[in-house]
Design a binder for this molecule. Structure first.
Ligand SMILES: C[S@@+](CC[C@H](N)C(=O)[O-])C[C@H]1O[C@@H](n2cnc3c(N)ncnc32)[C@H](O)[C@@H]1O
Ligand code: SF4
Length: 453
């Protein structure tokens, strides 16, 4: 029996699974098997609205250290929860982790209330499997006060007295991903289970560093793959849970296209012909993977294939360091549409774009046999643009996932006007090949896909 004297509570707001944050989610599910001797791990499901109930739930869990896990869509309730903990249980040490774990981003989010005031608070910057277990080990049975949070790798501690952060906010990586235990997806993943969905990690990181993207945290374009054996095993474990939709977590399935052979072979070996897959592809440039390798993708049954394009405005793509090539992109969409309707992703409001450029991007996307998903540009943590807010005149709403509502490229009301224009054209009946169109998660039309092929 494990000698458990202290308790790490993992607190989370249940929500829809987000592919972009999958590594953090899966990382959270690895902490229990990675906890050092002397530490036990419990889960606390938080209520989105009732912060008093949340404080009670944490107390009842008997937590010695509280890890609050958040993605961008839960920052408003996370701030409310931390404020409630500050009022009612300030002595309990609290670490914020996940996609939002960058001190400068946390500062902006807390500015929506009275600012961060918690006296024993820190942020975990990076992959939590590399941060939390060594931290627990070092903490041992030391008293958990503000000083005890200082000096751990990947932990940036809040100095409430001086209103400053202490520690290095570089993104910390797991050294060897293949030594990680498998993630047991029993908590946050309830929604996946209800949807009969599960995720398998293929790679972490990205060789591109698009200026708008969170993945800029992968300094030196660091990209790591799980081994084929690990991937085979993960697929088997996820399949054993009876999933019908399997997410392939990677910045792009083209980053290590050879892994797709492993996936295809494993699906065949396990007879998973009734399991569909979800995954991302892109950027699509002239040096893009050759057709014979792309053909591997056609051997899976795709539920959703997202393909990033973002913009075709030359200045926007140059500033964002996107290598996409318009002709290669169009050709690739034609090819892919033979076995899946690609979900083309665009961003409204990028630096270097213009309202006219956005309209041309939409016209181009509408000319393709795809679905179109538009996101309003966000100031994401770790992205290069988050450090260039002044340069590009970015005004963002941190109560709304840090969406940009004004910038030098889109002064005044032009982002909102471009969004209204998009709503109108998406609903109008003019000729186009694109099927469904969505903006910030809102479905703008529901054309019959088969009619527009
Ligand atoms: C994680 S990215 C992966 C896509 C793929 N690697 C690619 O580049 O084509 C998923 C999508 O999120 C959107 N996205 C990423 N960062 C964004 C930001 N800061 N603001 C708005 N949308 C963003 C982009 O449209 C992007 O294609
Ligand atoms: S947008 Fe895609 S290609 Fe660019 S850095 Fe992010 S994950 Fe990589």
């Amino acid at each position: 029996m494990v000698d458990t004297t202290r308790t790490l509570a993992l607190a989370y707001f249940p929500r829809k699974f987000c592919g972009e944050a999958a590594q953090f989610e899966l990382g959270l599910h690895r902490l229990a098997p990675m906890a050092p001797s002397g530490w036990g791990v419990v889960w606390v499901e938080l209520d989105h609205d009732d912060q008093d109930a949340n404080v009670r739930a944490v107390r009842e869990a008997g937590a010695d250290l509280l890890l609050v896990h958040a993605n961008r869509t839960q920052m408003v309730e996370t701030v409310a929860f931390v404020d409630a903990m500050t009022e009612q249980s300030p002595e309990l040490a609290l670490v914020l982790s996940g996609w939002v774990g960058k001190p400068a981003y946390v500062d902006e989010c807390f500015a929506i209330s009275a600012g961060l005031r918690h006296p024993v608070f820190a942020v975990a910057c990076g992959e939590i499997e590399a941060i939390i277990p060594p931290m627990l080990e070092r903490l041992g049975d030391a008293r958990l006060d503000a000083d005890s949070l200082v000096g751990h790798r990947g932990i940036v501690a809040w100095d409430a007295q001086n209103g400053t952060w202490t520690g290095d906010d570089e993104f910390v990586f797991v050294e060897d991903m293949n030594t990680l235990p498998d993630a047991s997806i029993d908590h946050i993943s309830k929604e996946w289970r209800d949807a009969h969905a599960g995720w398998v990690e293929l790679t972490r990181g990205c060789r591109y560093r698009c200026a708008f993207c969170f993945a800029s945290c992968y300094q030196h374009a660091r990209m790591r793959s799980f081994s084929p054996e690990r991937i085979r095993n993960s697929i088997r474990l996820v399949a054993e849970k009876g999933v019908k939709v399997m997410g392939l977590y990677t910045a792009s399935v083209s980053l290590d296209i050879d892994l797709m052979s492993t996936v295809v072979e494993t699906f065949r070996e396990l007879s998973l012909s009734d399991v569909t897959v979800v995954g991302a592809l892109g950027p699509i440039d002239k040096k893009f993977i050759p057709q014979d390798k792309l053909e591997r993708l056609s051997r899976l049954d795709w539920n959703v294939m997202t393909v990033g394009l973002q913009s075709i405005t030359p200045e926007a793509t140059r500033l964002a360091r996107r290598p996409d090539d318009k002709d290669t992109f169009a050709r690739t969409m034609e090819y892919l549409s033979g076995f899946v309707t690609p979900e083309v992703e665009l961003i409204l409001g990028l630096p270097g774009d213009t309202p006219a450029g956005f309209r041309q991007t939409i016209d181009f996307a509408f000319s393709l046999p795809v679905n179109v998903t538009v996101q309003t540009f966000r100031v994401d943590p770790w992205s290069s643009y988050s450090g260039q807010r002044e340069l590009h005149g970015l005004k963002a709403d941190f109560t709304d996932v840090a969406r940009v509502y004004e910038s030098k490229a889109f002064p005044g009301d032009q982002i909102r006007q471009s969004a209204s224009w998009l709503r109108d054209v998406a609903r109008s009946s003019r000729e186009r090949r694109a099927h469904h169109v969505a903006l910030d998660g809102e479905h703008l039309n529901s054309r019959d896909a088969s009619a527009s092929r």
